[in-house]
Design a protein around this ligand. Sequence first.
Ligand SMILES: N[C@@H](CCC(=O)N[C@@H](CS)C(=O)NCC(=O)O)C(=O)O
Length: 233
Amino acid sequence: MITLYQFSSSPFTDKVKRALHYKGLDYTIEEVNRLKAGRGRYDHVSPTRKFPAVEIAGDAVNDSTDIIIELDKRYPDKPLIPTSAAERSIAHVIEDWADESLYFYEMLMRVEWKHNIDASWDQMAPTLPKLPTPILKRLVHKGVSKVTATQGLGRKPREQVIADAQRHIDSLDGMLEGKEWLVGDSISVADLSVIAQLKKLMYAQEIQPMVANSKHVEAWIKRVDELAPSAAV
Ligand SMILES: N[C@@H](CCC(=O)N[C@@H](CS)C(=O)NCC(=O)O)C(=O)O
């Protein structure tokens, strides 16, 4: 029995769900209450208080990277971590690019930039405390701004962020030149990590034309969505 502790709106939740769906694993969802998480309610599954986390047969694992490694160990059919050392290394670096770099673009462009926040507000609102929307939006903006400013991206002028983002989409497009998957000849954790961040990022109006004008990204999204969908089928 697998229990997924999640914020439903998180790209990292999406990444783990795609892995579960690809492998055809059943799971139950526990939506994490942010206030209770802050008071330690879920420390038994995620002492870092970051989510997603999973409980598999009583064992807790947190962090989407560790979760997918653990899923591959326990359910080796349809592996997501490449078996060759060279491909595994590249997959890990691409996963880290998605998790630790693209994530901040989606936080800044999708959530912090006020003209984009409404596009995915319906996804975010149910995971937030029950407060009036204008107050919530202010709190979210303040919280996210603090994070992106500390990381650095949030201090850049908008045009520079857009140029950076364009380079990231171009790099994704370049990695897909002549290939169906990011690493090797089958879907891997690299594809799931990147699509999870990209799908959130695409709520930013600046990103949509970049994807539409790419040569390979839309077709790759369709391929990944078919094999490892976001929602259970
Ligand atoms: N490296 C982690 C990142 C998870 C993460 O940052 N989750 C966010 C939600 S998108 C979170 O739990 N934030 C709550 C907090 O920082 O207290 C992973 O891959 O799972």
